[in-house]
Design a protein around this ligand. Structure first.
Ligand SMILES: Nc1nc2c(c(=O)[nH]1)N[C@H]1C(S)=C(S)[C@@H](COP(=O)(O)OP(=O)(O)OC[C@H]3O[C@@H](n4cnc5c(N)ncnc54)[C@H](O)[C@@H]3O)O[C@H]1N2
Ligand code: MOO
Length: 395
């Protein structure tokens, strides 16, 4: 059997970072910067007020209280400014440019709020409530480095330095297809022998959680020809394809039957539990990677976390490697088949313990839904005693 590490290594050797595109700000959320972003100007671009109040010369406040004439009124965006001479003040709003001569802003709360003259009741030091030009960013300074994932705050600074577009690797577009003649869309009534289709929902959501775009095509039956047609239709808009089901040893295994003859997708047994039957390869002229995951709901989910998520990281231009683990102490005994690495579902607590889920079957989706971690039991270990340390992958 192929090792878990060997399978991941083959996947990571096959998938490539997506080519950068020039993305509009509105499309850039979740993309990975492929350039350093710098500011053409200092930020703030000019000295300005941090508060609504009065721009003054601090030296005029040596005697408190003091009453000063108000010679001007400046709002944010004002351009024609009168200088503040000795003994004068200017009413000023947050974000408005600091007039020449002034070196401090007195918040309105420290005054009587006058508009012709103002009584100031508290002393302000030079520099009080003044935001200096360039104190956030210097002209030419890099604000975001290439390789940064663009989240909301990153989008903010890109806009804040005046950029409309950036070069970035887009979120990979991933088409998700389930197979199985027994599957019925949720919301419909079950006939005997049928179950509600859940994997395409799980996997498309996991794709989105992994920072990619998930397109749920839904489920197809057991006909390999129908599956091939569907793949053909969707290949043009896919950076990767994920299928579930139809990869094991049964008489009706549409994914295996459709793809194995192409010669570019291999079906193998990987030494893990769950998730033993796995298919991986590439499709079409563009060599689009395809992950043919096993149909059991827990198996497809675990396979996604171990193989698809690191691959999507790599496609996004991020370091895509073995999922990180932390050490925890299992509250219960564990069993694992010899020669296979187990990924048991568990609940990791803040006290450093992990409680194995009740129900470790590959079909037990409810136990998976309660879990927040996978407990990793190595290939050469068949039993772990309660209280023993184990490695855990957070979900
Ligand atoms: N003789 C053998 N039988 C099986 C083997 C084996 O090595 N020899 N491997 C077992 C393992 S391990 C797994 S995992 C499954 C994988 O089977 P398939 O990938 O072919 O998946 P299916 O047979 O289509 O389905 C398995 C199971 O999962 C349910 N399922 C499938 N798709 C969905 C979906 N979209 N939503 C909800 N549930 C789904 C399906 O009804 C089956 O119960 O094979 C074992 N057998
Ligand atoms: O490996 Mo299968 O994934 O046991 O259910």
């Amino acid at each position: 059997m192929k090792s878990v590490d060997g399978h991941l290594a083959e996947i990571l050797a096959t998938v490539r970072p997506l080519a950068p595109l020039e993305l509009e700000l509105e499309q850039a959320l979740g993309a990975t910067l492929a350039e350093d972003v710098s500011s053409p100007v200092p930020l703030p671009p000019f000295d300005n007020s941090a508060m609504d109040g009065y721009a003054v010369r601090a030296e005029d406040l040596s005697e408190i209280p003091v009453t000063l004439p108000v010679i001007d009124d400046v709002a944010a965006g004002s351009v024609e400014l009168r200088a503040v001479g000795p003994g004068h003040s200017v009413r000023i709003m947050t974000g408005a440019p600091l007039p020449a001569g002034a070196d401090a802003v007195v918040p309105v709360e420290w005054t009587d709020g006058g508009t012709v003259s103002v009584r100031i009741d508290r002393r302000a030091e030079a520099g009080n409530a003044v935001r200096r030009a360039g104190e956030d960013v210097q002209a030419g300074e890099i604000v975001l480095k290439s390789g940064t994932v663009i989240g909301s705050a990153q989008l903010g600074i890109i806009a804040g330095v005046g950029r409309r577009r950036v070069w970035a690797r887009p979120r990979p577009r991933v088409v998700v297809i389930s197979t199985g003649a027994e599957l019925v869309e949720p919301g419909n009534t079950l006939a005997p022998g049928q179950i509600w289709e859940s994997n395409s929902y799980t996997l498309a959501a996991a794709v989105r959680e992994a920072g990619a775009e998930g397109y749920r095509v839904g489920s197809v039956g057991d006909d390999p020809g129908v599956l091939l047609d569907l793949l053909d239709t969707h290949l043009v808009r896919a950076d990767a394809i994920v299928t579930s089901g139809g990869v094991s040893m049964g008489a009706y295994e549409p994914v295996k039957q459709a793809l194995a003859p192409l010669g570019t997708v291999r079906f193998e047994k990987v030494a893990m539990q769950p998730g033993m039957p796995q298919g991986f390869g590439v499709l079409g002229d563009d060599q689009v990677p395809i992950f043919a995951l096993p149909g059991n709901p827990v198996s497809s989910y675990v396979s996604f976390m171990l193989f698809v998520r690191p691959a999507l990281d790599k496609m996004r231009g991020l370091p895509g490697g073995v999922p990180e683990t932390v050490t925890a102490y299992t509250t219960g005994a564990l069993r694992s088949p010899f020669g296979r690495r187990s990924f048991l579902r568990g609940v990791l607590s803040n006290d450093g313990t992990v409680s194995p889920a009740h129900g470790q079957g590959s079909h037990q989706l409810a136990a998976l839904a309660l879990a927040n971690a996978l407990i990793v039991v190595p290939e050469d270990v068949t039993e772990v005693a309660g209280g023993a340390p184990v490695e855990v992958i957070r979900l």
